[in-house]
Design a protein around this ligand. Structure first.
Ligand SMILES: [Cu+2]
Length: 92
């Protein structure tokens, strides 16, 4: 199971939220969708064989262009600690 965080533009009211939820739910592999109107974000849980691309395409089609928010802080941390031993990179 993966989680994708999206920044969704164009949502202005509760029916936009429902629209976005419906569009995302229609995509294969999606298990759970949480849309937060206040922050304009959507959190999608599921198995994403093709990554976020089908979700972004569906939202774009419905008039809510979206981008994936980088939420891999844990990964970043493990990367930076691993490259301390590796030597020549940006975070030495
Ligand atoms: Cu609306």
């Amino acid at each position: 199971m993966e989680t994708i965080h999206l920044k969704v533009s164009g949502m202005t009211c509760g029916s936009c939220v429902k629209h976005v939820e419906k569009a995302i739910n229609a995509i294969a592999g999606v298990h759970k969708v949480a849309v937060i109107l206040e922050t304009g974000t959507a959190i999608v849980e599921g198995e994403f064989a093709q990554g976020a691309a089908p979700i972004l395409a569906a939202l774009e089609e419905d008039g809510y262009p979206s981008v994936v928010i980088m939420d891999i802080q844990g990964d970043k941390e493990s990367n930076s600690s691993s490259c301390k031993s590796g030597g020549s990179c940006c975070c030495h």
